[in-house]
Design a protein around this ligand. Structure first.
Ligand SMILES: C[S@@+](CC[C@H](N)C(=O)[O-])C[C@H]1O[C@@H](n2cnc3c(N)ncnc32)[C@H](O)[C@@H]1O
Length: 227
């Protein structure tokens, strides 16, 4: 696999997600270490809003970048032929199992978001959930150029991600967070929070930003037409 972007830090984030795959959904479900977070009802209501958006998105051949455990893939496959790409083999295995359990099919591909293993203009659309917030600002041009290369002109890309939901979180700033897994191992992860406004600016190199939104407190999203 070709890899255009690596640093010690980037590799440690990749390793972190590979180790987190079987506990990742606890974040969405507010279970385990996330069980005592505040505003759980609001959280679940906003996850449901995202689900509603994702369920109505996509057609044809769709590339999902950094698909993780397939939390969103299971909705995308109802409308599109999904290629679920992730760097972490254990994440891809979770996606495979989730989709198989629902008697659906997905093509799982191990790959690097910064060097997508797909031909130019080979997909009709793209989706990435909670991935943009892990792309270092310096790597955005490389990543967005890759998305623009593989999605055909006129194709649409949907993004969903984290909004600043605490006073100390500023949008479009690189934060280095310590994350602790259930085995108590500690990892450094880059996180950038977005708002509809920062998404609109950040995603402009992809094409025409058709829509941006927030679910209220926790999440935001955007829809872009590639040009
Ligand atoms: C926060 S998770 C998001 C998972 C999923 N999209 C979701 O919304 O639930 C980030 C994902 O990015 C993947 N990842 C990290 N670095 C990557 C890279 N360079 N290329 C592709 N995937 C990567 C991780 O393995 C992990 O599954």
């Amino acid at each position: 696999m070709t890899q255009t972007f690596t640093s010690q830090f980037d590799q440690s984030m990749r390793d972190y997600y590979d180790q987190r795959s079987n506990e990742y959904d606890e974040w969405y479900l507010r279970e385990g270490k996330f069980a005592d977070r505040l505003d759980t009802d609001q959280w679940h209501a906003e996850v449901a809003q995202l689900r509603e958006r994702v369920q109505h998105f996509g057609h044809g051949r769709l590339l999902e970048i950094a698909a993780g455990t397939g939390w969103w893939t299971q909705h995308l496959v109802r409308r599109a032929n999904v290629i679920a790409l992730d760097y972490a083999p254990s994440m891809l295995q979770q996606t495979r199992l989730r989709v198989q359990n629902q008697q659906m099919e997905v093509q799982c591909v191990r790959g690097d978001a910064y060097a997508l293993p797909l031909a130019t203009a080979s997909v009709d659309g793209g989706f990435f959930g909670f991935w943009l917030s892990h792309v270092p600002l310096a790597q955005l041009p490389t990543f967005l150029a890759e998305v623009r290369r593989v999605v055909r002109s006129g194709g649409q890309v949907m993004i969903v991600d984290s909004a600043p939901s605490a006073i100390e979180q500023q949008p479009n700033v690189e934060y280095f967070h310590e994350r602790i897994l259930n085995d108590e191992s500690r990892h450094q992860v880059l996180k950038i929070f977005h708002t509809p406004a920062t998404l609109a600016t950040t995603l402009t190199p992809l094409g025409k930003v058709l829509d941006t939104w927030t679910t209220g407190r926790f999440f935001c999203g955007a829809l872009v037409e590639v040009r």
